[in-house]
Design a protein around this ligand. Structure first.
Ligand SMILES: [Zn+2]
Length: 616
């Protein structure tokens, strides 16, 4: 909780006025360091106005608005900039020249300048920026330009015209007023989301760390005490697994919207997560999974970071082969953290592992696109065609499975002396804590080989850089498991669909000869409603609940515009599922190895602590 939120209303108003007065005065004086002022000018019209106070410098100063931020897609935030203008400290206009759609040159800025622009911001969710009459949530890279020659400079940011009763929550360090914040540089600034509104708040301490929980949602949709109890378990499990806590304070931002939602964005000192309100009322499972994932990112990708993502180039795509590790292995860790926290049991974990194997095996592209290529091609994920099962695999899905198999491979190669935990801790010690970045897959291999004292080249060549079928049973045998291929009859709606991160659900492919095709569904159609409900993250579950012969009703919008309602009967098809089962005979040794594996610990470590006494 920040100081400002504890102050009484009258005092707060007085302070507000004082700050406003200070702000106007400082325009004339112009601050010595780079300062941003963000005015929540018009919530009704979703307009913010930004002022950038440039310190004295070169005559021609260039400002750049990022074209992408955090999410690996070029989104050209400049499309929302209504106008840009500049003046000197005396208020005389300075010439502003647009160099390209996202870069502007200010002339005559040698004695400092004030650059002003207006932006429309109304995109909901953790990957976006939004101002409306309910709240503001900002990823600052989407609204703040940076001086091209001054991205590493320390800076200040303040907010003005904040509606009555709204408070500010952000991991940024605040000054005494609570409305002005500081950051060591632009990258740190834009890694710090900001929520401004009438949110609910809680906090707790765990293992020496302080945690803030900010929830902006209808109070009937969630139980804050239950969320906090779950977070306690997650942060304790993750920090003990990594044997590290590289922060004093960490902030969880949650939104539980009624409409389509789902997803989380990682930051070094915080995370922002959206879960649909309906999903929240049913159980905390979705929140638990995404929270474990995003929290682990504070190490993997934020601190254990591939060299190919540094320094960030905000002007174009940044290509990396490492997302199978940075995202996928974060999903592997998400499972382990939940197991260690007691939020998932062995049966549930193995069931989910089977689901992940099924997902990969059912995508024909697993034979044509490697995990590294899927990482490089992340920038194509906005395309519905690219998301087809015969075009791409998911670096989340394959990467998570590679994390599980690498864990088992390291255990085998090191005779139980090491595991994925040691790989991650080695990377944390040798890269993150030394301020170094790792060399994509080669850097992961270096760590895995260092802790296992073995050559793991074949693993990386075949399954990470290559598209060889992963021999699941060869890996799973050591823990007494095997994969069983189970043929079954599944319902078939006659089409596949997917969403871009916050986009609508679009039809990727329609099965030739299917009822869906006869009803008139076409690839490229956008699904607006499914069974009378707005299409979104929950639609996938809606489809899985259908039985053969049920009538499916969808409202779709064609690519040329025009909505239509289509109905057809759900059919069936033969498909195989992959289920993870016990071997017919599970030895004591395999059982002991499995216990250590599910705990995320090297077998030797567990034996030394006396947990798994039966192992040889
Ligand atoms: Zn992630």
């Amino acid at each position: 909780m920040n100081l400002f939120s504890r102050l009484g209303r009258t005092l707060r108003r007085a302070l507000c006025l004082a700050i406003l007065a200070l702000s106007s005065a400082s325009i004339a004086q112009s601050p010595a360091s780079l300062t941003y002022s963000i005015s929540l000018l018009s919530p009704e019209q979703h307009l913010v106005e930004v002022q950038i106070f440039l310190p004295e410098g070169t005559a021609q100063s260039e400002l750049q608005l990022p074209v992408w931020n955090a999410l690996y897609q070029v989104r050209d935030f400049a499309q929302y900039v209504n106008w840009v203008r500049a003046k000197d400290r005396s208020g005389h206009p300075l010439a502003v020249r647009e160099l390209n759609h996202s870069r502007w040159q200010i002339q005559g800025a040698e004695r400092g300048a004030i650059v002003e622009y207006q932006m429309y911001v109304d995109a909901p969710g953790p990957f976006n920026a939004q101002l409306n009459t309910h709240h503001a949530f900002f990823n600052l890279a989407q609204i703040l330009m940076y001086p091209v020659d001054g991205r590493s400079a320390a800076l200040n940011v303040r907010f003005s015209h904040i509606p009555e009763g709204w408070r500010i929550a952000t991991p940024l360090a605040s000054s005494f007023s609570g409305e002005e914040f500081t950051a060591a540089n632009y990258d740190r600034l834009v890694d710090s989301p900001v929520e401004i509104g009438k949110f609910q708040e809680s906090d707790f301490d765990e293992g020496g760390g302080h945690y803030r929980v900010i929830v902006d949602a209808d109070s009937g949709d969630f139980d804050l005490a239950k969320i906090v109890a779950t977070l306690h378990k997650i942060v304790a499990a993750a920090t003990s697994w990594m044997n590290d806590r590289p922060f004093e304070t960490y902030t969880f931002f949650y939104h539980f919207p009624r409409g389509p939602a789902g997803g989380g964005m990682e930051h070094a000192f915080s995370t922002a997560i959206d879960v649909n309100a309906e999903v929240m009322r049913q159980s905390l499972d979705a929140l638990t999974s995404v929270t474990a994932h995003e929290f682990f990112h504070l190490w993997n990708v934020k601190r254990i970071r591939p060299q190919t993502l540094e320094p960030i180039d905000y002007t174009k795509e940044n290509y990396t082969r490492a997302l199978w590790f940075s995202e996928g292995v974060t999903s592997t860790a998400e499972g382990t953290i939940q197991l260690r926290a007691g939020l998932l049991d062995e049966e549930q974990y193995l069931y989910r592992l089977g689901e992940q194997i099924t997902e990969l095996e059912r995508r024909p592209a697993h034979l044509t696109q490697s995990a590294e290529e899927s990482s490089l091609d992340a920038w194509l994920e906005g395309s519905g065609y690219y998301r087809r099962a015969d075009r791409s695999v998911s670096y989340y899905n394959k990467g998570e499975l590679l994390g599980v198999m690498l864990d088992l491979a390291v255990r085998e190669a090191s005779h139980g002396q090491a595991s994925l935990r040691e790989v991650l801790q080695w990377m944390n010690d040798n890269y993150a804590k030394k301020g170094r970045f790792f060399n994509d897959s080669a850097g992961v291999r270096e760590a895995a080989e260092a802790v296992s004292h073995s050559d793991l080249g074949a693993f990386f060549t075949k399954y990470v850089a290559g598209t060889e079928e992963i021999p699941w049973n060869d890996f799973l045998r050591s823990v007494g498991l095997r994969v069983e291929v189970v043929p079954n009859t599944v319902t078939d709606a006659g089409f596949t669909a997917s969403r871009n991160f916050d986009g609508p659900m679009s039809v990727n492919a329609v099965t030739s000869g299917s009822e869906a095709e006869h009803a008139g569904l076409q690839a490229g159609d956008t699904i607006i409603e499914l069974q009378g409900k707005p299409a979104g993250q929950e639609s996938r579950e809606e489809l899985t609940r259908l039985n053969v012969g049920d009538t499916l009703t969808v409202k779709v919008r064609s690519r040329r515009g025009g909505d239509r309602e289509l109905k057809w009967k759900v059919g069936s098809r033969q498909e195989v599922s992959y289920e993870v089962k016990n071997l017919d005979q599970v030895t004591d040794q395999q059982r002991a190895r499995r216990t250590a594996w599910l705990k995320g610990e090297a077998q030797s470590a567990m034996e030394n602590s006396g947990v798994a006494g039966t192992a040889k």
